[in-house]
Ligand binder design. Structure first.
Ligand SMILES: [Fe+2]
Length: 500
């Protein structure tokens, strides 16, 4: 495939963003290699995401068809679900390109103002930046929420008749396309469109991914000569977005033009909320079939299997799901995927998701709190007044059994707080996980939020700085069986009361 990169300049001062496209001849880019030939182009829209073996990406000046090797099985991407007991954890450090961290998560919706304000209030994440009509963006309204290292972006389209009044594109997310967004929200409701990773080089990440079987969505676009953005297909209508900065010093600049993306302006008119949420721990996808989905993501990223469990592992088939977690070399980017297991007494929640979401998509986002008790107190105060509601708390029997399970890690007072706030506790061979799930956040029984705190697994880096190993304490597998057990015990106590 061609390694053309698209140069995209946003002129925020003139409120008139022009996209410039240059043919590229070198695979490593540098700003002084820019060709003097300038012509205005459309962004890479009209991308068809299908399960077929070829995909067409078009813009006004070019038309590319990619042949995608589907299900190519090699030594590197071979995958077989073996279950929790047989799974041996290793880190082969097999990333195919350098991945730094989760950068942001973009939700597509039909009204970004309302969605952004609801999440801001519910999660204690202030709206810190915007790109909308007030900043000269006639194509999409985008609002950015930030708490610590966690960035949530909410985007919605403006009327195409408004954006047509400008000859140049004014979008700050150059891959945004109104009609794709309309059909996305019609099909999925409020849902995640992009899981964005900061990588060393978004051009290399894209080229490597596509060379290893990933379906391209947007070729690398250089924005304002300092940020490169590219996209590949992840699952369903969700894209994996790669972002890289040509000058990393820009990230420490307080202006969102620099630390986030060109075209975004600071927003300081909202209250400075903070409930203690600090970063994204994992972004989970529901897919109809786990094996091809894991093989696909594994093959183009090089990510390794970090953990897995099957319905049988949880001691009851009631969980209705099989799950695999993929991780990058540093195990800071965790991408679990679930598939439904059919034929259980209760219908698999994954099957319900796939029906209501019209296919694969992001099931939940796990957010790390630096103090889960504080975060939960703040969030629960707002549950009935515009915030998020939580799944029903486990019965008292769950917390009676907790001392046996976690008495060496949590104090009596902390266990009491877990019970008061409905927080679940699980552990793996390395550490302890405190977790709680919201109810689905929108109209459909689809996407929800998990709040977590991990305890243990503290390591020192090369400079002697303490950090926590990724995925410490696992993902809550043990809570499936523990919850079923405690509910059964609780029901028995009710029965005995009834008899009495
Ligand atoms: Fe999770």
């Amino acid at each position: 495939m061609s390694n053309a990169i698209y140069y995209y300049h946003s002129h925020s001062h003139s409120h008139n963003h022009t996209q410039l496209q240059f043919p590229r001849t070198s695979s490593s880019f540098s700003s002084n290699q820019i060709s003097p030939r300038v012509f205005i182009s459309q962004p890479l829209h009209n991308t068809t995401l299908t399960t077929s073996t070829s995909i067409t990406v078009t813009n006004s000046n070019s038309h590319h068809t990619y042949t995608v090797p589907m299900g190519n099985e090699t030594e590197n991407n071979g995958f077989k679900l073996v279950g929790f007991e047989n799974f041996v954890r290793t880190n082969p450090k097999s990333d195919l390109f350098a991945v730094k961290r989760f950068h942001h998560v973009e939700f597509w919706c039909s009204d970004a103002t309302n969605a952004a304000r609801r999440f801001s209030w519910g999660l204690g994440m202030p709206i810190v930046a915007k790109s909308d009509l007030s900043t000269g963006n006639l194509i999409h309204a985008s609002y950015l929420l930030r708490s610590g290292d966690l960035n949530f972006l909410f985007s919605a389209p403006y009327s195409p008749s408004i954006s047509a009044t400008s000859t140049a594109s004014t979008a700050s997310i150059p891959t945004f396309d109104s009609s794709t967004c309309h059909s996305f929200t019609a099909s999925h409701g409020l849902a995640v469109r992009a899981v964005a990773l900061e990588v060393d080089n978004a051009e290399t990440a894209f080229n490597t991914s596509v060379a290893n079987g990933s379906k391209p969505v947007s070729k690398p676009i250089l924005i304002d000569n300092r940020v490169v953005l590219s996209e590949v297909h992840l699952y369903g209508d969700v894209v994996l977005r790669y972002i890289s900065y040509t000058n990393p010093i820009h990230i420490s600049d307080p202006n969102p033009e620099f630390w986030f993306l060109p075209g975004f302006e600071s927003e300081s008119s909202y209250p400075n909320l903070d409930y203690g949420i600090r970063k994204l721990d994992h972004a989970v996808g529901n897919v109809p079939e786990l094996t091809p989905a894991v093989k696909y993501v594994k093959s183009f990223t090089g990510f390794h299997e970090f953990a897995e469990f099957t319905a049988e592992d949880v001691g009851t088939s009631e969980s209705g799901l099989n799950s695999v977690v993929l991780a990058n070399n540093a195990e800071t980017v965790l991408l679990p995927m679930n598939e439904p297991v059919y034929g259980t007494k209760r219908k698999s929640q994954i099957e319900t998701y796939l029906e209501h979401n019209e296919g694969a998509g992001v099931q939940h986002l796990a957010l790390v709190s630096e103090d889960i008790f504080r975060t939960l107190r703040e969030m629960r105060q707002r549950s009935g007044v515009g915030g998020f509601e939580f799944m029903p708390s486990p019965p008292p029997t769950y917390y009676r059994n907790l001392k046996k399970r976690a008495g060496d890690v949590l104090s009596d007072e902390q266990m009491k707080e877990c019970e008061e706030l409905g927080i679940l506790v699980d552990r793996d061979d390395q550490g302890t996980l405190l977790q709680i799930f919201t109810k689905p956040v929108g109209d459909r029984p689809t996407i929800f939020i998990e709040i977590i705190q991990r305890i243990g697994c503290m390591l020192k880096d090369e400079e002697g700085k303490l950090y926590q190993k990724g995925g410490c304490g696992g993902f809550g597998k043990g809570n499936f069986s523990e919850l079923f057990k405690s509910i059964e015990e609780y029901e028995k106590t009710l029965e005995s009361r009834r008899v009495a």
